[in-house]
Write a protein that binds this ligand. Structure first.
Ligand SMILES: C[S@@+](CC[C@H](N)C(=O)[O-])C[C@H]1O[C@@H](n2cnc3c(N)ncnc32)[C@H](O)[C@@H]1O
Length: 220
């Protein structure tokens, strides 16, 4: 695939600080290469259906995009992990909200070759970057507030959301699996806050929608 010549000067830190609102989804099983079967998004692809819904919930409004938001997907499934796929609501093009078409665009991006060197970044399509980064690299490079989303955290109210104003924020969510012990210990190295949005266990994309709602209500 032809690599889009956009902002070739960006490094991982800049990719992570493009937007004021950031979501990081840790996708433990989602394929990190381009062998994603579009007819089996919730099986052989390693739950790319959930990844695609998270992208849609993070970036789409009814007739426009959330230009202040980037969603970062940490792809840990086969065959080429770890890979960080970031989609920026202001710059992305050709993205459709339906799962199959959205995943088809990401699959195309994943066919772009990416060096094994930590911190390597490529731009496969407008508004989309691929970086060679694991959770530790992301946590260390992000300059802003880290918020882990977990149903056992403290309740994120509009007032509490308002107190996050003033610096970039990253909400970290898992997929259908819990964080591994290793991931939990990486998170503890740079502690942020753990928030819940109600005590029911939601799908990742549902939690993202509620966080957006609370930030919108807080006027951030
Ligand atoms: C499907 S849930 C994870 C499943 C869960 N670990 C389990 O025991 O099956 C996906 C992610 O959405 C977020 N999430 C789900 N419900 C939430 C809630 N009530 N408050 C905050 N985050 C939530 C968390 O980040 C969670 O890891």
């Amino acid at each position: 695939m032809r690599v889009h010549p956009e902002s070739t000067m960006l490094d991982l830190q800049e990719v992570l600080s493009t937007s004021s609102r950031n979501y990081l989804m840790i996708a433990h099983r989602a394929r990190s290469d381009d062998r994603i079967p579009l007819n089996d998004l919730c099986g052989a692809s390693g739950r790319w259906d959930g990844v695609s819904r998270a992208i849609t919930s993070a970036l789409f409004l009814s007739h426009s995009m959330r230009r202040d938001t980037t969603i970062h997907i940490l792809l840990l499934g086969p065959e080429d992990p770890p890979k960080l796929l970031s989609v920026n609501g202001e710059r992305v093009k050709y993205l459709n909200p339906d799962e199959r078409a959205g995943t088809a665009l990401m699959k195309k991006c994943l066919s772009c070759s990416l060096s094994q060197e930590r911190g390597a970044v490529v731009f496969p399509s407008p508004g989309i970057t691929l970086a060679r980064a694991g959770l530790e690299d992301i946590i260390e490079s992000f300059q802003g507030g880290l918020m882990e989303m977990d149903e056992k955290g403290i309740e994120l109210t509009p007032d509490l959301a308002g107190s996050l104003r003033g610096r970039p924020m990253m909400f970290i969510l898992s997929d259908d699996q819990n964080l591994t012990n290793e991931e939990a210990s990486i998170m503890e190295r740079r502690p942020g806050q753990r928030f819940r949005v109600g005590d029911k266990v939601l799908h990742t994309h549902m939690a993202i929608t509620i966080v957006h709602y609370l930030l919108d209500r807080a006027g951030i």
